[in-house]
Design a protein around this ligand. Structure first.
Ligand code: A1D88
Length: 127
């Protein structure tokens, strides 16, 4: 199946730690939304996330950054669907402390988080 991608700007309300740092849970929330779309496309149902096998946070995310979260189904079981996810920063904010509104488009997307996990769509809900 095709990859699913969502793109979102981290707002000031996403900042949770000092220096407007965004918490890692926000990336997992994006992965949940990607998983939901994958399941709707595959099964016609939103399904449920049962487990993450691995989660890595590989670079900091700040308020004002633009994040692209992608995912794909790697394996289809009876009711389970194993998935992989990547979140990349494509626009970086906070690049100049003397100019808070300065930002730049990154030449290459920067991977900020990766994960693998499993969702379940009970048999009676699969379409
Ligand atoms: C898209 C995002 C959505 C969300 O974030 S939803 C919010 C968070 N998630 C939840 O609230 C879910 C709460 N959990 C549940 O309600 C139940 O828990 C489930 C309905 C998810 C599963 O319950 P049951 O169907 O009774 O589980 P089983 O029959 O033991 O397993 C079903 C399939 O799932 C695989 N599985 C179970 N546990 C794990 C695990 N820890 N890691 C990987 N796979 C797992 C099994 O093997 C099997 O797969 P096979 O049907 O294809 O044979």
């Amino acid at each position: 199946m095709d990859e699913v991608k969502i793109r979102i700007r981290m707002s000031q309300s996403d900042a949770h730690y000092g220096g407007d740092l965004v918490d890692g849970a926000r990336m997992m929330s994006l992965f949940g939304d990607v998983a939901t779309e994958l399941l709707i496309r595959h099964d016609g149902d939103e399904g449920l996330f049962v487990a993450y096998d691995s989660v890595e946070f590989t670079a900091p995310v700040h308020a004002g950054d633009y994040i692209e979260a992608t995912g794909r189904i790697e394996r289809v079981g009876n009711t389970s669907r194993s998935m992989s996810f990547t979140a990349c920063k494509v626009i970086e904010a906070r690049i100049d402390p003397s100019r808070p509104s300065a930002a730049r488009v990154l030449e290459e997307p920067l991977v900020v988080a990766r994960a693998t996990g499993t969702c379940v769509v009970p048999k009676e809900r699969q379409r």
